[in-house]
Write a protein that binds this ligand. Structure first.
Ligand code: IPM
Ligand code: MN
Length: 352
């Protein structure tokens, strides 16, 4: 029987609770579709940091490389200063494992309340391919005259052609494989970031014309992208963009699909080890209450199976989640679902 080795990082706050339900659903899918998941837990997160003073052991990414995928709950602890865990765990793993794609599907499931007036599941179904290793996230820059009235801070948006090309290639191929509108939109800011997004735009059209003539190309400035994501989300099929814009527009996308209870993301290295996570954060105030919505973690698990090649199992999970949102849950918000965290996990697992 086919088996996969999965590293599980429950993480902080409600992370372990949602991961538990995700694992429940993943195991149901594995039973149904005839494969096996070997899970190994890792205790990375804020609690470990507070206990040991170490954010992430240097051996971590080497250790992670031995697995077929990583399943992550949430990183973020109320007693740890913002930035330490994000940079020290999440971003470090993304960089060291060269997970150069951040894949964020924006799909409104039936029965889910959408904040956009007049929009339903038929209007909101697209995917953002966010570059995940470059841009403002490289930490290029510095500060001088710190603490004086003349303090200067510089933080540069950095891209090289190689990074842009490999991201675009993934996005074009993804658009082709998705086989919906066959339209890839580049989201940039060519009117102001005349070096950065000029590079992206040239690379986009060169690659598209040469290797992806079957894919329609569109371009939107990032500010306009936000506007259309609200006004006409049905225009989009796949959007590709840099790391910082991608971070911002995917939160906007997430809220249009029902928010943090449902939005999932994949940090993907198409040639290496990928990491899948609900994008909502650790929601510490709900910890241990069995009220947090596990569906984002469940959907992240589905993405993981899809990336591992178990697409039928992934589709079954999505179908089960849709049935639960359409026919069971009162709301996606923590404590308002009409069911507990574990019950929602059971509902999905039964349907798988
Ligand atoms: C995300 C998060 C992270 C990011 C933070 C936690 C560093 O917002 O995954 O979108 O900015 O990438
Ligand atoms: Mn974000």
């Amino acid at each position: 029987m086919k088996s996969y080795n999965i590293a599980v990082i429950g993480g902080d706050g409600t992370g372990p609770e949602v991961v538990r339900e995700g694992v429940k659903v993943l195991n149901a899918a594995a039973n149904k579709f005839g494969f096996k998941l070997n899970l190994t837990d890792f205790d990375f997160g804020g609690a470990r940091y507070l206990r040991t003073g170490e954010v992430l052991p240097d051996s971590a990414s080497g250790e992670m490389r031995k697995f077929d995928a990583i399943y992550l709950g949430a990183i973020g602890h109320p007693d740890v200063k913002p930035g330490i865990l994000e940079k020290g765990i999440l971003l470090r793993l993304r960089f060291e494992l060269d997970q150069y794609i951040n894949l964020r599907p924006v799909k409104l499931f039936p029965g889910v309340a959408c904040p956009l007036v007049g929009k339903g599941p038929e209007h909101i179904d697209y995917v953002v391919v966010r570059e995940n290793t470059g841009d403002l996230y490289t930490g290029t820059g510095g500060v001088t005259m710190k603490g004086t009235p003349h303090e200067v801070a510089v933080q540069a948006a950095v891209y090289n052609r190689f990074q842009v090309d490999r991201c675009l290639k993934y996005a074009f191929e993804y658009t082709r494989k998705r086989n919906k509108k066959k339209t890839l939109a580049l989201c940039g800011k060519t009117n102001v970031l005349t070096y950065l997004y000029d590079l992206w735009e040239r690379a986009f059209h060169e690659m598209g014309a040469k290797d992806f003539a079957d894919i329609k190309r569109e371009y939107y400035h990032v500010d306009a992208t936000c506007m259309w994501m609200v006004k006409n989300p049905e225009w989009f099929d796949v959007i590709v963009t840099g790391n910082m814009f991608g971070d911002i527009i995917t939160d906007l996308g997430a809220i249009t699909q029902g928010g943090m209870g449902i939005a999932a993301g994949g940090n993907i290295n198409p040639e290496g080890v990928s990491m899948f996570e609900p994008i909502g954060g650790s929601a510490p105030k709900y910890t241990g209450q069995n009220v947090i919505n596990p569906l984002a973690a469940v959907c992240a698990g589905g993405m993981m199976l899809d990336t591992l090649g178990e697409s039928a199992a992934a589709a079954a999970i999505e179908k089960a989640v849709m049935d639960v949102t359409a026919n069971k849950l009162k709301s996606l918000a923590a404590g308002k679902m009409g069911y507990s965290t574990t019950q929602v996990g059971d509902l999905v697992a039964e349907r798988v």
